[in-house]
Ligand binder design. Structure first.
Ligand SMILES: Cc1cc2nc3c(=O)[nH]c(=O)nc-3n(C[C@H](O)[C@H](O)[C@H](O)COP(=O)(O)O)c2cc1C
Length: 401
């Protein structure tokens, strides 16, 4: 099967599984502990259903939204994900180019394998840089200055990764960076010769933004992702640090990893312009609630004061429509493009974005909505329709919360 046969995220996932050595596929695919939160992130969307209207003149559609200071063509952009070089030799370059082509924001991780400067110069598209605060605090402010010079349009600070989630698949597969075959994974690397060839003969793996400051994640210091996070990230950070960073940047700024109403309010009060409602794709606290489960309450508390970006579990265009109708400003996806990167590089990501964009567009027409402003909670139904009929309750009652 090639990418031309991949029509949805699950198809790309299956192809990525065939193309990647096991440690790398499971690094993308896995979550923390029993992966209950990973599953819940997508399942949460099933508990709310869409209510279509008809005959609404849909000859002209407008899918655009404004988020993080940028008008984007459609309401989905790309979450920051580390070490893309591991999944395809074109890595972050492939994803940034595809994002530009599809008129949306590319987010570059602190742990990227291509530098802030190179991605900055590579495309004219809008870019967000994601910050992890390292123990070496100077590095954080260096990131801010480098992003200003490289003309990034926004920053986000990830706050849910002070310690690494318990990703047991990585323990089983022996995932380290740079990847190295172990006794148990040797066969998998050997039988994925295409990937192994490209990994060995093309550009070397490096954590491009921290390579000169942190001696880890290179050939002389192999380290697991879990150990990198636990040894390098600063656990003492507080809202004061977020405030300082927001004012040092002075532009659109998101806090990524907000899951409670309290934190949403704190983020607003700290001066952030956006929050990314996210549990890191189920890779951190297993058993935690899903972003979509929290969206209503968070929108009710801070909607209108701050942009609200839904991040996690998006696999279908209808998920995007549900989030937008609930009150989100935009949505982000991580695995939705990572599987496609592994499956087919830039072409794979472009096809994944094309398919997702087509779904959003088609679903808007089927919903009878000509623009995103026409999606609101009157277009959502929650709970059991049978129960609603018995109790005579409204389709979607905010007051019921
Ligand atoms: C392989 C992988 C690497 C990730 N790396 C980062 C990262 O470096 N920084 C970060 O803030 N989030 C990271 N994330 C989390 C994503 O930004 C995003 O929150 C998550 O993928 C959303 O869930 P989804 O995959 O269901 O769309 C990573 C996720 C994956 C799957």
């Amino acid at each position: 099967m090639g990418i031309e046969r991949c029509n949805n995220t699950e198809d790309f996932r299956r192809l990525a599984k065939r193309r990647l050595p096991a440690p790398l596929f499971h690094y993308i695919d896995g979550g923390a502990d029993d992966e209950a939160t990973l599953r819940r992130n997508t399942e949460a969307f099933d508990e709310v259903r869409l209510i279509p209207n008809s005959l609404a003149d849909l000859s002209e559609l407008d899918l655009s939204t404004t988020v993080l200071g940028e008008k984007i063509d459609w309401p989905v952009f790309l979450s920051p994900t580390g070490m893309s070089r591991l999944f395809h030799h074109d890595g972050e370059r492939a994803v940034a180019r595809a994002a530009e082509k599809f008129g949306t924001i590319y987010s570059l991780s602190s742990l990227s394998t291509v530098s802030i400067e190179e991605i900055g110069a590579l495309t004219a598209g809008p870019k967000c840089f994601q910050i992890y605060i390292h123990k070496d605090r100077a590095l954080t402010y260096e990131f801010v200055e480098r992003c200003k010079a490289a003309k990034y349009s926004s920053l986000c600070l990830t706050v849910d990764t002070l310690v690494a989630g318990n990703r047991e698949r990585d323990l089983v597969t022996g995932m380290v960076m740079p990847p190295k075959p172990t006794l148990s994974s040797l066969w998998s690397f050997a039988t994925h010769w295409d990937w192994s060839f490209n990994f060995l003969l093309r550009e070397k793996f490096r954590l491009a933004n921290v390579a000169t400051s942190v001696n880890a994640g290179n050939d002389s210091n192999l380290i697991s992702v879990i150990d990198y996070i636990n040894s390098q990230f600063d656990r003492s950070i507080t809202w004061k640090d977020a405030e300082a960073l927001i004012s040092a940047w002075g532009g659109p700024f998101a806090i990524k990893g907000v899951m409670s109403v309290e934190d949403a309010i704190r983020a607003r009060d700290a001066g952030a312009s956006a929050i990314m409602v996210s549990n890191h794709g189920g890779r951190q606290l297993d058993g935690s609630t899903a972003p979509f489960d929290m969206l209503q309450r968070i929108c009710d508390a801070v909607g209108g004061d701050i942009e609200i970006i839904l991040d996690g579990g998006i696999r279908r265009g209808t998920h995007v429509l549900k989030a937008m109708a609930m009150g989100a400003t935009a949505c982000m996806m991580g695995r939705g493009y990572l599987y496609a990167l592994a499956a087919g590089g830039q072409k794979g990501v472009e096809r994944a974005l094309q398919r997702m964009r087509d779904e959003v567009e088609r679903d808007m027409v089927l919903m009878g909505a000509a623009n995103l402003g026409e999606l609101d909670r009157t277009r959502l139904q929650r709970g059991s329709p049978l129960q609603d009929a018995k109790s005579g309750s409204s389709d979607f009652s905010i007051a019921a919360e």
